[in-house]
Write a new protein. Structure first.
Length: 314
């Protein structure tokens, strides 16, 4: 069991806390439980929330010392520095090898603890300039959904917290397990951390047509040598229009999305089958084991063989 601890702070955002609680803390029928989840705060007792009610938190900072992963699900007001005790608890957890992650404004106490110095990090787009100004040693990326360094991870606001938590589950337990959790939450199985936050200005043009039917069509034909021109032709638009729709709706180019789907399909086959790499490469449209290996290493930082050894189901 991997123990996840959420460190809350008044006034606590219930949504950001709920992101972590729903991914790590819910027992789901038919899905083996691989996480335990608890909540702690610096001063146990009643903790006010932004939703207008208080919640009771019994555990103090000693719970952080027992965590495998510490999640800071938001921190408001951002200009309020964490106490020396909170900073010490975060540093102590990181120093002993626990993973430390933040959702939305939870990046601020991580920055004050020095855990983001010299690293890329993100937060809600509306707070990114504040984070960058207050912590010049942090390389703030205001556009992405999340940034994961393995030992420290940060995410953008609200729903991006779910994306980060599901990404951490995928890292720990593999793509198939994470997809089952996501499916039970009625969530997309995976959104790449490099996707853009949805920060279009109010005057931006309305999205003129859903991509959902196209995405479903492509997903059923990954083995075929599909090009961006094929995708555009299927829905009767120009390549430029297709690229614009992908940027608006998915925050990526059609080519990036297609490669991401092929890598995800390869991961699922590596976990669930004994197919040789050449066969997997052809099934997901990556043409050869050599190309699969190259794309896999670039996307995930590990080889297909190493991934299979780590996540192959019994």
């Amino acid at each position: 069991m991997h123990h996840v601890v959420a460190l809350v702070h008044p006034p606590q955002s219930t949504f950001e806390l709920g992101c972590a609680a729903d991914v790590f803390g819910i027992e789901r029928p038919g899905i083996p439980r691989r996480y335990t989840f608890s909540v702690c705060t610096e001063h146990p007792g009643r903790v006010p929330t932004l939703a207008g009610y208080d919640m009771s938190v019994a555990a103090g900072l000693e719970e952080v010392d027992r965590a495998d992963t510490v999640v800071v699900p938001g921190w408001l007001p951002t200009e309020e520095p964490p106490s020396a005790a909170v900073v010490s608890a975060l540093r102590r957890a990181h120093d002993r090898g626990a993973r430390v992650a933040s959702i939305c404004t939870g990046a601020f106490p991580l920055a004050r603890a020095g855990l983001l110095d010299g690293r890329r990090a993100t937060t809600h787009w509306a707070r990114a300039a504040e984070l960058a100004a207050g912590f010049p040693a942090v390389q703030v990326d205001p556009d992405v959904l999340y940034v994961d360094h393995g030992d420290v991870a940060t995410s953008a606001g609200s729903g991006a917290g779910i994306d980060l938590c599901l990404h951490l589950v995928r890292t720990d337990q593999g793509a198939d397990y994470a997809a089952r959790v996501a499916r039970s939450m009625v969530m997309p199985p995976h959104r790449e951390g490099g996707q853009l936050q949805f920060t279009a200005p109010p005057h931006a043009a309305q999205i003129d047509g859903s991509l959902a039917p196209l995405l479903e069509w492509v997903t059923g034909r990954l083995a075929e040598p599909l090009s961006v021109e094929d995708l555009a032709a299927h829905i009767g638009v120009s390549g430029r229009t297709l690229a614009r729709r992908f940027t608006e709706q998915l925050g990526s180019t059609p080519g990036q999305w297609l490669l991401s789907r092929r890598i995800t399909a390869a991961r699922e086959l590596l976990e669930s089958s004994d197919l040789p790499l050449e066969a997997i490469a052809h099934r997901v449209g990556l043409s050869s084991a050599t190309n699969l290996h190259r794309r896999f290493v670039r996307a995930l930082g590990t080889t297909p063989g190493a991934y299979r050894r780590a996540f192959r189901a019994p």
